[in-house]
Design a protein around this ligand. Sequence first.
Ligand SMILES: NC(=O)c1ccc[n+]([C@@H]2O[C@H](COP(=O)([O-])OP(=O)(O)OC[C@H]3O[C@@H](n4cnc5c(N)ncnc54)[C@H](OP(=O)(O)O)[C@@H]3O)[C@@H](O)[C@H]2O)c1
Length: 319
Amino acid sequence: MSLRGCHRKGFQGVRNISSLPEHYTLPSGDKIPAVALGVWQASPGEVGAAVKTALNAGYRHIDGAWIYRNEEEVGQAIKQSGVARKDLWLTSKLWNTFHAPEDVEPALDDSLAKLGTDYLDLYLIHWPVAFKKDTSEVDEALTADPYPTWQKLEELVEKGKVRNIGISNFNIPRVKNLTANNLKVQPAVNQVELNFWNPQPELLAWSKENGLLLEAYSPLGSNKQVKETLNQPEVRKIAETLGITPAQAIISWHVQRGTIVLPKSVTPSRVEENFKVFPLPDDLFDKLEAAATAHKPLRVVNPSKGWRLGYDVFDDYPY
Ligand SMILES: NC(=O)c1ccc[n+]([C@@H]2O[C@H](COP(=O)([O-])OP(=O)(O)OC[C@H]3O[C@@H](n4cnc5c(N)ncnc54)[C@H](OP(=O)(O)O)[C@@H]3O)[C@@H](O)[C@H]2O)c1
C-alpha cells in the first residue's frame, strides 16, 4: 500500500474540539472545503438557483458529475454569481462509458466546457466499473484493472487540466488493486456512501490509517431515507441539546468523523442550513456513532443489479 501517511485524528472522530475543520489538506497541498453542495438529482431549472444560493451562503465547493447532466446550468450559475474561479472548488466525475484511455480527456473536456472553466480541482473515477463505449455493457478488462484509466488521469494532472484526481465507490480491495501500481499521483479522495444507515466504520478506519480522505455522499440518507435519518433519537437529542437542526447534527457528525460531506438540497433554506456545522460534545457524538454502527448496514445507492453486473460492486473484489 503506497498511500501517504495520515495526520487526521483517530477513527472515533475529532475529540474535544471547539470548532470543526473548514477544509482538509490533500497530498497536493490543496485545501478542499469540508462542506460541499451536492448536485445529483438537482433538476434543470432548479440546480442553478441552488448553486447561487449556496455560493451566496458561503459554500465554495460544488460536487457534480458529467452524468448528472446539469453541468451547463451549474457553470452558468457560477459565472452569474461573480465568485472568482480561484476561490471555488469544482469536482466532476468520469462516467463509466469513458474509461478507455482515449476517451478520458474528451470526457473531461466536455465537463470543462459545460462548466465554463479550464481546470477542475478534483476529477474522480465515478464508479469502479467500465462500460464499453456508448453502451452499458461491462468492459471486463478495464473494470478489473483501472490503471490504464488512472494513467490518463495522471497525464491530465501534468497538463494542468485537473489539480487532483481520486476515486469513488471503491471498496478496500479495489483501492489496493489500483494503488498496487507505481502511481505517479495517489488518489486524493475516495467518495463513498456514508450516512446513518451505512456508516462504514471499517472503511473509514482503514482510509484514515492509509491517508486516504473520504467524501461522504448521500450524507443524509438521500431522498429515500432522509426523513428517517432526521428522526433518529440520537440525532434529535443532539439537535435539542445544541439548539441546531437535525440535518446540521448529521452533517456536523460527518465532519467530526473526519470526512468531507456533500449534502444535496435545492431548497434555499436547507441549502443555507446545511452549510452550518457545529462541534458535537464527545458523549453525543459517541452515542450517534454507536447507533449508526449498531444496525445492519443498509445502502441507499447500489446500481449493481441495474447494470446487470452479476455481482455486487461493493462486495469483495470479484476479479
Ligand atoms: N459518487 C457517487 O456515486 C454519488 C452517489 C450519490 C450521491 N453523490 C453525491 O452526494 C450528494 C448528496 O447525495 P444525495 O443527493 O443522494 O443525498 P443527501 O444529500 O443525503 O439527501 C438529499 C435529500 O435530502 C433532502 N434534504 C437536504 N437537506 C435537508 C434538510 N436540511 N432538511 C430536510 N431535508 C433535506 C433533499 O431535499 P431537497 O433537495 O428537496 O431540499 C433531498 O431529498 C449528491 O448530490 C452527489 O453530489 C455521489
